[in-house]
Ligand binder design. Structure first.
Ligand SMILES: *Cc1c(COP(=O)(O)O)cnc(C)c1O
Length: 353
């Protein structure tokens, strides 16, 4: 608290990101980063730019990057927006594409940043409870609202929603923007990108942080009707007209063009995930069916708090979310097969003691 803070900053309850420890020997399974490095082609593209050209501002429209995204999803650049991480893209969407005289609807168990943006922007919101099996029932979202945000696959559970249900919702709520946050979609869910051609109220938001192994770059993007993109651009140009630096624009464009790298890497993560889920089930864990690069797990005989602490004592960090409905669950990021072995050895050791 400071006497120089205004009421708005004093009232904030900021998002708390997962721990980023300095110690390198820790096995970090807490923030859904990939265990593999990004596309070598992307790193080369960035290295080639480390010269005097960095004295110049970057392209404020990120044209080359937006062209790469448009080509990747078979669309046009007037339907593509980019920002400094998908967090920033989501923030602009919450600020500009949701009516503020009615609540924004989102699940009670979902990405923890949604309520934080609403508080920051004085946006009313309403949590819609997920069912007891943690699935989303889209019929619950047919209520008066200023907009809808759905993470698909859902954050923290990894459960994916079939595209037909998103399309049904877009038809049922024609005057609301449906923000579909697809941070994890490349690990096995279906993307709503193609729906954006038929429905002018669907905005699909993706990121290079997760499936492209580029969390350190901070690039996210949205695809939707040109009117939605214009709205986002108006916000961006009223806030920071150069959100993406030169290296980020070039690195993200090359990463998005490297489709073979994405296919191969996500397939490895999916194989590791499915094997780890089975191994944990064999050890008595309940594991939610995940289409993401993490799994949410629960054990009747071991509280999540204790398990998290005992893993930490064995140099493994996993995430526990504070929401009451999942506070006795642990979210485990998928690493390499060797990381899984190390985790399972630690769990066997804990259970033997
Ligand atoms: C990680 C994550 C984001 C943020 O991604 P950045 O592009 O790194 O800002 C957005 N939504 C969900 C659901 C996420 O898990």
């Amino acid at each position: 608290m400071s006497r120089l803070w205004n009421r708005r900053v004093a009232a904030l309850d900021p998002y708390v990101p997962g721990e980023q420890p300095k110690a390198l020997d820790l096995l970090k399974l807490n923030t859904n980063e990939l265990p593999y490095g990004p596309s070598p082609r992307a790193l080369d593209a960035m290295r080639a730019l480390c010269d005097d050209s960095l004295r110049l501002y970057p392209d404020p429209t990120s044209l080359t990057l937006r062209e790469a995204i448009a080509a990747c999803y078979a669309t046009t650049i007037d339907r593509v927006f980019v920002g400094n991480g998908s967090d920033e893209v989501l923030a602009h969407a919450f600020r500009g594409l949701v009516r503020d005289d009615a609540p924004l609807l989102f699940a009670d168990v979902t990405y923890g940043f949604y309520p934080v943006y609403c508080e920051l922007f004085d946006q009313p919101y309403q949590n819609i409870p997920v069912r007891s099996d943690f699935t989303i029932d889209v019929r619950d979202y047919v209520a008066p609202c200023g907009g809808i945000a759905i993470a698909n696959p859902n954050a923290n559970t990894g459960i994916a929603l079939p595209l037909e249900q998103i399309e049904w919702l877009a038809r049922s709520q024609p005057d609301c923007t449906i923000i579909v946050d697809e941070a994890y979609v490349d690990f096995g869910a279906s993307s709503a990108m193609s729906l954006t051609e038929r429905h002018d109220n669907i905005l699909v938001v993706q990121t290079v942080s997760k499936s492209r192994a580029f969390a350190g770059l901070r690039v996210g993007y949205a695809v939707g009707h040109p009117d939605l993109i214009d709205g986002l651009t108006r916000i961006k140009d009223s806030f920071n007209s150069y959100p993406l630096d030169r290296l980020a624009q070039a690195g993200a464009a090359a990463a998005i063009e490297d489709a073979a790298w994405l296919m191969e890497t996500t397939a490895r993560v999916v194989a590791t995930r499915d094997a780890l889920a089975e191994a944990l089930k064999d050890r008595g864990f309940q594991v939610l069916p995940s289409c993401a690069n993490f799994i949410l797990v629960h054990h009747e005989d071991h509280s999540a708090v204790n398990l998290q602490r005992l893993l930490r004592e064995r140099d493994i960090i996993v995430r526990r979310l504070s929401h009451p409905r999942i506070e006795d669950w642990l979210r485990i990021t998928i690493g390499t097969d060797r990381d899984s072995d190390r985790l399972l050895t630690a769990i066997d050791d804990i259970r033997a003691n």
